[in-house]
Design a protein around this ligand. Structure first.
Ligand SMILES: Nc1nc2c(c(=O)[nH]1)N[C@H]1C(S)=C(S)[C@@H](COP(=O)(O)O)O[C@H]1N2
Ligand SMILES: [Mo]
Length: 344
């Protein structure tokens, strides 16, 4: 008699995939310690899925000896992708492999996870059975809870076995060492170095006195104060770097431009068009950085100016900024623009 009935194993697989997919997507935006549960949930779902998948395969492997009709072929494909997704997640946590060709293992894991979903939906379509009321017993509820507890302990143990990681899973690279941390651009955003003689920073939108500042002004004369913030840059590809970032506080910039206090959003745009918008309060706490520690930002890191947004993931830290706009609304198109920026 197996530990869980076949119906419960199947229910666990369905719930596990849904939870892993939802938390996997949510993790892209999770950047503050209060979001840590997103990563725990994702990891625990992964460990539970390893167990549930093993139980399921033990039960259904005899079907491989029958005829490989269409349904069986989908199931086999799903098994392969699921094993890759779980193995890559586990190998990342344990620190077995960091890099696979041009990708970090974490990025590869995300792609495999995305690829799994359509195959999973097709499989569900042909094989899904609604669980029956008979399965809703106290005994089953206890067994399920025990499974989750074992999953949580196993996940915690795997985190202790692997290298030191932030709650996001990222490992440390080049903190406190000026420009010597990884340069990462999302997909194809790769402009020529900015010639500051042709560059200005504009502050526009819902402001009474629009600004157009050259590099000398931004670098600090009497007009703008300079500030330092110690903040972690945490890229969703799996690394982080902590620095004393120096630059202009966005609040000071908005004051200098007489921004309308009722406008609730601020959008930061790169010379390439890549952009992100932040709620006003958060934007005011952000920095337009000119320096990482004591180094003037290099081109790769966003010279002459990049966004430093505490609690936000790296992809939101727009580099090569030339425009700040005070707005009434967020900018949903930013999601598409960040993905395709740099492609002609
Ligand atoms: N304009 C622009 N800004 C960008 C990106 C980009 O592709 N274009 N990549 C983002 C990503 S994914 C990360 S993790 C950080 C990386 O900053 P770094 O290259 O200085 O390490 O910049 C962000 N800012
Ligand atoms: Mo990133």
């Amino acid at each position: 008699m197996p530990w869980l009935s076949s119906q419960l194993v199947d229910a666990l697989l369905l719930a596990g995939v849904v939870v892993a997919a939802v938390t996997g997507v949510a993790s892209i935006l999770a950047g503050t310690a209060s979001d840590a549960w997103v990563f725990w949930t994702h990891g625990i779902a992964g460990v539970v899925l390893v167990g549930a998948l093993a139980a399921k395969l033990a039960r259904v492997r005899h079907r491989l000896t029958g005829s490989w009709n269409w349904t069986v072929r989908v199931s086999v494909a799903l098994t392969v992708v699921a094993v890759l997704a779980l193995a890559s997640g586990l190998a990342w946590t344990l620190g077995v492999v960091e890099q696979v060709g041009p990708f970090t293992l974490l990025v590869l894991h995300a792609y495999v996870g995305i690829a799994l979903l359509p195959v999973f939906l097709v499989h569900l379509h042909s094989r899904f059975r609604t669980p029956t009321a008979q399965d809703a017993t106290r005994r089953n509820a206890l067994k399920l809870s025990a499974t989750l507890v074992v999953g949580a302990v196993a996940w915690r143990a795997s985190r202790l076995l692997g290298p030191a990681r932030r709650f996001t899973g990222s490992t440390e690279r080049g903190s406190d060492d000026g420009n010597r941390f990884p340069v990462t651009s999302w997909v194809a955003d790769d402009p020529e170095p900015v010639d500051v003689d042709d560059w200005t920073l504009s502050v526009t939108g819902r402001v009474d006195s629009p600004l157009d500042l050259d590099e000398r002004t931004v670098l600090g004369d009497a007009t703008l104060d300079h500030d330092t913030s110690r903040v972690v840059l945490d890229c969703t590809s799996g690394w982080y770097s902590e620095h004393d970032w120096r630059g202009v506080r966005v609040a000071d910039l908005l004051d200098a431009a007489d921004a309308d206090p009722d406008a609730d959003w601020v959008r930061f745009t790169s010379i390439t068009g890549y952009r992100w918008s932040l709620p006003r309060e958060e934007a005011e706490r952000a920095l337009l950085a000119t320096h990482a520690d004591d180094d003037r930002l290099s081109h790769g890191h966003g010279y002459p100016l990049r966004l430093v947004a505490p609690g936000r993931r790296g992809f939101q830290w727009v580099k090569w900024i030339d425009s700040v706009e005070v707005r009434d609304r967020a900018d949903p198109a930013q999601w598409v623009v960040t993905l395709i920026s740099g492609f002609d």
